[in-house]
Ligand binder design. Structure first.
Ligand code: G1P
Length: 289
């Protein structure tokens, strides 16, 4: 029952943030003082995740290198007695054996990306964190979900209300009964029109799923946008297993878009313990550039 593994699909091209992502994986774009993906990995680790499966693609090698030891850099900083800098890079190294990298050879959709991790996940429940989405929260979103999962079991999706005109951008759940932050579900739809949307509760990019999902992803046909959709496979699994929406406490940023990325930088600058107050002064105009 304990949730030990998480899948992070990082194969996408980042087309909405070109040209910034022409030669750099979008997950490596800095949000204040660390790459976007570091926030998502930290959220997974905070939730007790012991093994992370990165589903990568070509030109994503920088992600693998980032979580590895940088021997030459470490030796140089050590020789120069730059202890603070050394400490900063050492914390980015994932413990030996706690990360796997598997390639999604073709961009066939999120459902296909998750399926690529099936043999590493095996027969246990797992988390999915979409690295485009950074969630700023006092207690990490996945940790909040794990607490709900320990009570409820089943499959749990982080959800958040969006304006009706934005439902077509997301997976949207059909809610039933509510118990605190946990919402029983009766269905879900990927990128519905505002008319057909079953609610305005979007699926935010954090999931706890049972391994039976892989059975549905295996021969999943294409859905919305001509892609193999995770939402379609979840809707099929829902015929057999319980699904819950979970209204997390926190704020999400869509770093896959230019504005969302900019908001993430602003939000994290303001919350940063060293530069937060100064960032606020800059925004207020007290400090002129
Ligand atoms: C994906 C999922 C969608 C979810 C969204 C969250 O869509 O398919 O259900 O709501 O992430 O960001 P994408 O943004 O990859 O189109």
């Amino acid at each position: 029952m304990t949730l030990r593994k998480a899948v992070l699909p990082v194969a996408g091209f980042g087309t909405r943030v070109l040209p910034a992502t022409k030669t750099i994986p979008k997950e490596m774009l800095p949000v204040v003082d660390r790459p976007a993906i570091q926030y998502v990995v930290d959220e997974a680790l905070e939730a007790g995740i012991e093994h992370i499966v990165f589903v990568t693609g070509r030109n994503k090698g920088a992600i693998e290198d980032y979580f590895d030891t940088a021997y030459e850099l470490e030796a140089t900083l050590d020789a120069k007695r730059k202890g603070d800098a050394l400490d900063k890079i050492k914390t980015t190294v994932l413990p030996a054996g706690s990360a796997s990298f598997v390639r999604q050879q073709s961009p066939l959709g999120l459902g296909h990306a998750i399926w690529c991790a099936h043999s590493i996940i095996g027969q246990e429940a797992f988390a999915v964190l979409l690295p485009d989405v950074i969630i700023q929260a006092e207690k990490g979103c996945l940790r909040q979900m794990v607490e709900a999962y320990n009570q409820k079991g089943g499959n749990i999706l982080a959800v958040d209300a969006v304006p009706q005109e934005e439902v077509h951008k997301y997976g949207i759940i059909a809610p039933k009964a509510r118990q605190g932050r946990v919402i029983e579900m009766s269905g879900m739809m990927e990128k519905p029109s505002p008319e057909e949307a079953p609610s305005n509760l979007k699926i935010t990019g954090r999931y706890i799923l049972q391994p039976e999902i892989f059975g549905f992803l295996k021969d999943q046909s294409v859905g919305a946008g001509g892609e193999i959709q995770l939402t379609d496979a979840m809707a099929r699994l829902m015929q057999e297993q319980a699904f819950y929406g979970f209204e997390y406490e926190g704020r999400d940023y869509d770093c896959g878009s230019v504005l969302g990325y900019f908001e993430a930088v602003l939000g994290h600058a303001l919350a940063h313990k060293e530069i937060g107050a100064l960032a606020q002064d800059l925004i207020n105009g007290t400090v002129k550039p």
